[in-house]
Design a protein around this ligand. Sequence first.
Ligand SMILES: Cc1cc2nc3c(=O)[nH]c(=O)nc-3n(C[C@H](O)[C@H](O)[C@H](O)COP(=O)(O)OP(=O)(O)OC[C@H]3O[C@@H](n4cnc5c(N)ncnc54)[C@H](O)[C@@H]3O)c2cc1C
Length: 812
Amino acid sequence: MADIPGTARVVIIGGGVVGVSALYHLAKAGWTDCVLLEKNELTSGSTWHAAGNCPTFSASWSVMNMQRYSTELYRGLAEEVDYPMNYHVTGSIRLGHSRNRMLEFERVMGMGRYQNIPMEICSNDDLKAHYPFLETHDLEGGLYDPTDGDIDPAQLTQALAKGARQMGGKILRFCPATGARRENGEWVIETEKGEIRCEYVVNAAGYRAQEVGQWFGRYVPMVAMSHQYVLTEPVAELEAWTAENGRKLPLLRDVDSSYYLRQEKTGFNIGPYERNCKAHWITPDDPMPDDFSFQLWADDLDRIEWYVTDAMERVPLVGTSGVSKIINGPIPYTPDGLPLIGPMPGVPNAFEACVFTFGITQGGGAGKVLAEWITEGGTEWDMWSCDPRRFTGFVDQAYTTAKGMEVYGHEYAMHYPRHFWPAARDQRLSAVDTQVRALGGQMGYYNGWERAAWFAQDGDDTSIEATETWEREGPWQKRVAEEVGGVREDAGILDLPGFSRYHVTGEGAAAWLRTLVTGVIAKPGRIGLLYFADDKGRTVTEMSIIRFAEDDFMLITAATAQWHDLAWLERHLPEGSGITITDRTEDMGTFIVAGPKSRDHLAPLTDADLTQGWLTHQNATIAGKSALLIRVSFTGELGWEIHAAPADQPAIYDALISAGLKPFGMFALDSMRIEKGYRAWKGDLSTDYSLLEAGLDRFVKLERNDDFLGKEALAAQRKAGLAKRFAMMTIDIGDYDAPYMSTVWKGDEIVGEITSGAMGYRTNKFVALSVIRTDCGEPGTALEVEVFGERRAAVVTGDEALWDPQNERLRA
Ligand SMILES: Cc1cc2nc3c(=O)[nH]c(=O)nc-3n(C[C@H](O)[C@H](O)[C@H](O)COP(=O)(O)OP(=O)(O)OC[C@H]3O[C@@H](n4cnc5c(N)ncnc54)[C@H](O)[C@@H]3O)c2cc1C
């Protein structure tokens, strides 16, 4: 019988690579009083049968960071813990069948270079040199990543376990957790062999994470997909080649055909992500068994036959040997294919590190991130991409299954900037959705809410194929320019459902909010834009705070931030304070009305006092319906936000359209906000930057004589000076917009990164927001920005808006 400790600081449920890495990293951080519970033997879930591929490649900056960290850790681990491991750093090649694919490679290579991953673009001849058995006649080229390779997943897990144990971590095998309950501010984790009381608990149960989540009242959004790889018999020619060259072939990914092909000893391993994929354990006739440890599903060669044949044509050597074995195991997917790492939504002191699609290559980094969440309350790198709170209340199993299958079938697909994936759409619809679509609205989704990205006119190509491009040019471009023109010259309207809103009220609410915001809260009757910093002074979030009365507020924030920002507020609310926070997101919808003539259009429809100044709010009637009018504008033009109950919105929208307001979409809004230098959450505003680095100095009131979270850190940073900071710039752009994390160059040195950029249709310039080395921030400094592999000339314009820097139009 396992020796069950009665207490521990942290209990981790699940002994796959991720749970064990979490234990290792907690121990490394000095948290050694931690226990890992494993139902069966370590690795018995998905880990034991994983192919073990370890790419660093990712189109996501944060995921690439996590994977890079893993590979660096794995390289030194065997020696560090004295546990020999098979880790072959063979390099990898990705094949490009199209110009678009080569552009994706250029973009990822740019990010890789910034993370010291020396990827290289390959010609077909280069590909042949890396991989002589390859057919290249129909390829455009490829990408070589020397840091890629494969690792034995079981050995990796055992090495991490050994390291964790050496530092004091405890692992209990064959000891399933059977339940959890909250008692006196602690968690009690139940097992068949006794109970453990602990401060923190981590769900690292892999494909069983949903089952474990239920004990906490948490729906874990995941679906178990069947993933197969085929192992071939040894290939004599490959054996001879390896002996002669002293190396294995690099890992090959034919991403357009959708499979990986790896040398496994002297044979091959072919693993497809097939379009006609299969999800398991989602219907009553296919329940998840109580125990699936070390088990596999039956082979299903039919499903992957096309891919295996394609691999034989690509590398004819593959076809010279027979199949020796097929592995068909569960691989869990979230709706966007990225894992869940971070706080368990709505549950105190509980965390998730589960639903990993690429847990072998991400396990190392994930353990670090999870340990930081627990020990420091936040992470070194901004990890919103993997934060469990990115999926909010609308996400159910039908949605998760549909999206999970879509992601699996497009695992290697390119994510174009104006493409919205089609599965499981229309989850959350605005009250005026029908009217918006009738006007030509081409919809995109934001935390499940459908919003118009742009408005098509008769004859415009609105097919999904038209959006499969990196180029700015497309059917939308002319319309976006016209929409911006409408706002600039006259007035426009944007239906913006899904703003997250929280009602904060109760005696002491103002005093409490002051402890969290870096600026000054407005007086009753007014509204202010306020920032929330963490203890390191980094930007947690931005909210518009409407003050109705001394201690009565409405806080408005981004749609996607709904659960994140609520959690931040609740985490800092003192127990028994009497202050209440209520999520009122669904109670109201929002229209943005903007443009120099918006007052003229609104006046006949409302009894509101439209002379009230900027940053005020008032209750009024519009088109006979009640609404809250707020004088703010994300476009930089004279304007109002009109907040109204969904039932009243259709009448108001109709009246405003009839009054001559022109509909505009999210693409136009993005273009206008960037010209004004307005930051967007989790691009420009993230915990990767402090408020000062993000150029938000005017929102940081260090002279305030009371304390607020992050004040000390920000004061210290201001005193010490900044190594990097926010700057706007214009770029002599080509056909492609500069994406997030495009690198900024001065001569041969990278001096910073772009956080967002868009064509400005009022300034007729491509405008970008960046964070760059302070010494490069002088207005007029000539720099270059790498955009899809091409260096484009850029000029720093400082941190002043390019459009209406004095805010005269805004205050008109
Ligand atoms: C065929 C195949 C090939 C793959 N190839 C790759 C690859 O090449 N590269 C890559 O990065 N990824 C690959 N993967 C994915 C990879 O296997 C997973 O992402 C990874 O193993 C997940 O690790 P984990 O620790 O999150 O989960 P798991 O390994 O599933 O571990 C979870 C553990 O939790 C335990 N557990 C569950 N419930 C309880 C409970 N109540 N109490 C105690 N313990 C519990 C389970 O027994 C299990 O051991 C592949 C997957 C498949 C199916």
